[in-house]
Design a protein. Structure first.
Length: 233
């Protein structure tokens, strides 16, 4: 079984990123009439291309991370949202931003550890308001007192699986959302929903993450093409 390596901080501060669902459709080709029958997989997977900011002082750390992953031999757990998008969620949902905006929540008496870091940021949690069947493309969310600020385009985790919100209908303390991809498994009422989701992904080939040193003060182009491993939550 492949081991899961946690993504380094550089993968949270991104010079560029793209996220797209790979529908993995199958076609027998166009007929003589020009019509084409396409069969869609009910369980598309996420693909991502992430260009992290790897400063000159962090190149050795990045090289060590790439070596640990071992190309396609290992999996990477990374945040589905970059650090700045995660920080923007707190005021949107009417919550105070956690202290130490760039290093995590401080501990004890409000001081960071000796390395300047703190605890991981607290996630923003809601829950399913009703049972949801496998293959469901809509989910009712109990906002648990949070502001009615769920938006289309939000990436969320439902019981550990990553989805994008495609429709939003507010109703009192609850919000019905349309999601893609549909649920792979049924979820009971009360299943956790995180607005700071993580996802386990794999490099598309063994040579991802290489970089060329352009200048002493330049960031390094070390883009990663990744594909979701759906059985790993």
């Amino acid at each position: 079984m492949a081991r899961i390596v946690g993504a380094p901080p550089e993968m949270d501060i991104r010079a560029a990123e793209s996220w797209v669902l790979d529908a993995r459709s199958i076609s027998g080709g166009p007929s003589l009439s020009g019509r084409e029958q396409v069969v869609f997989n009910p369980f598309p997977v996420w693909r991502a291309k992430i260009t992290p900011n790897v400063l000159e002082s962090r190149q050795q750390h990045w090289a060590a991370f790439i070596a640990r992953v071992r190309g396609r031999g290992g999996f990477i757990r990374l945040n589905a949202l970059n650090r700045f998008d995660r920080a923007a969620l707190y005021p949107r949902f009417g919550l105070p931003s956690p202290p130490g905006a760039y290093s995590g929540t401080l501990w004890g008496g409000g001081q960071p550890w000796s390395n300047g870091m703190g605890w991981a940021w607290p996630s923003i949690w809601m829950r399913t308001a009703a049972d949801a069947a496998a293959l469901a493309s809509t989910v009712m969310i109990d906002r648990m007192g949070h502001a009615a600020q769920i938006r289309t385009g939000d990436r969320i985790s439902i019981g550990g699986s990553l989805h994008i919100v495609v429709t939003v209908t507010d109703s009192g303390a609850q919000t019905e959302v349309g999601i893609e991809p549909p649920l792979r498994l049924s979820k009971p009422a009360g299943a956790p929903i995180s607005f700071m989701p993580t996802v386990v992904m794999q490099m598309i080939d063994d040579m991802q993450g290489r970089f060329e040193r352009k200048a002493r003060t330049a960031t390094v182009d070390a883009s990663l093409d990744l594909i979701e491993i759906p059985d790993e939550a």
